[in-house]
Write a protein that binds this ligand. Structure first.
Ligand code: SAM
Length: 197
């Protein structure tokens, strides 16, 4: 066991710990800031059963590889690319949440509310789903940061597929709320996720 928890593992696990704590706490704090404490539940921490399962798989992969293939974890340049992705993904996501303000909700709105205005300024001018783009980069980055090749690939596939289903669903309601204004906006902007229109 002491062999597994060497300097490299301690650095990886510390980075991972802070990345996860910062991500989830800041999601919650921003939700409280924009919507008020009474409208926010623990769901705003964004910790779902599937997410926990993904984290468990990632931890198992890390431990197995750190034990049987310790040299795999020593690729510092790859790990630093992952760390940069975590930071960049986090910044993109939080800039999106702050730009959208009250229009940003963790749950997809199916009914139009008065305060819900179409956001097309700032980062939304170029990217239609910047918070999803940021999460995609952040989540894959966490796995690259700890040199987990299998989980990195699995996260690309699973998170991409999640957004492939979620984006058309979300846009169906946005077209209902904002009509041609949204259609025109969608035409001139990039979804933020590769290969999703
Ligand atoms: C989790 S947020 C994600 C927002 C956006 N998809 C993104 O990635 O930044 C979902 C909520 O944001 C709202 N939303 C998405 N794009 C929006 C926009 N451009 N203007 C206003 N509300 C938007 C949706 O109606 C939905 O209720």
């Amino acid at each position: 066991m002491t062999e597994i928890f060497n300097f490299t593992a301690c650095r990886h696990l510390t980075q991972m710990f802070f990345a996860i704590i910062f991500f989830h706490c800041s999601e919650y704090v921003l939700a409280v800031f924009f919507h008020g404490k009474n409208s926010v539940t623990v769901k705003s921490l964004l910790i779902s059963p599937n997410y926990i399962l993904a984290m468990i798989c990632s931890s198992v992969e890390y431990l197995v590889e750190a034990y049987f293939f310790p040299e795999l974890k020593e690729h510092w340049s790859i790990s630093n690319i992952g760390l940069a992705m975590v930071v960049i993904g986090e910044i993109i996501r939080k800039v999106a949440i702050i730009t959208a303000g009250r229009s940003f909700t963790h749950l997809i709105k199916r009914y139009h509310e008065e305060h819900h205005t179409l956001v097309t300024n700032g980062i939304y001018k170029y990217i239609r789903h910047p918070s999803y783009c940021g999460f995609f980069i952040w989540s894959v980055g966490t796995q690259i940061m700890i040199c987990n090749p299998l989980s990195a690939l699995a996260y690309v596939v699973v998170v991409w597929r999640f957004f492939q289903l979620r984006i058309p669903y979300e846009e169906f309601f946005l077209r209902q709320f904002f009509g041609s204004e949204y259609v025109e906006y969608a035409r001139r902007s990039f979804s933020g996720i590769p290969f999703i229109k």
